[in-house]
Design a protein around this ligand. Structure first.
Ligand code: 5GP
Ligand code: ZN
Length: 112
């Protein structure tokens, strides 16, 4: 198995797990971009949001992101990001939501 997030889901690669249920796994990002930086991934391999065809799984992922925010004490605020495919800057081709918080996050969207 070459997909690193599949390997983490299978317990074959280490990760600091935050939350686990039958559909999703959440673990700390290895190179955090904020004091709290957690990745939420489906247990099943889906390459990106482009390939996602399961509405229930979409709901599980987003709900898990909200659970991660509560578990990590992000009541002051947080951001959820999904990079998709080349132009979206996706580096790991297993769908994941980034949950970022623990500091005031800078503006991400600027006018063209
Ligand atoms: P992307 O750019 O695909 O949206 O984000 C991929 C994220 O996965 C990056 O923030 C990167 O630091 C993280 N990452 C890559 N490899 C590993 C790993 O082996 N373990 C963990 N915990 N995070 C990883
Ligand atoms: Zn995978």
């Amino acid at each position: 198995m070459t997909c690193i997030f599949c390997r983490i889901v299978a317990g074959e690669a280490p990760a600091r797990i935050v939350l686990a249920d039958e559909h999703v796994l959440a673990f700390h990002d290895i190179r955090p971009a904020a004091p709290v930086h957690v990745l939420v991934v489906p247990r099943a391999h889906v390459a990106s949001l482009w390939e996602l065809d399961d509405r229930r799984l979409a709901g599980h992922l987003l709900f898990a992101a909200s659970e991660v925010a509560r578990l990590c004490g992000l009541e002051r605020g947080f951001r959820v990001i999904a990079n998709a495919r080349h132009d979206g800057g996706q580096e790991v081709d297993h769908l994941h939501l980034h949950v970022l918080g623990g500091k005031r996050l800078g503006r991400m969207l600027a006018p063209l």
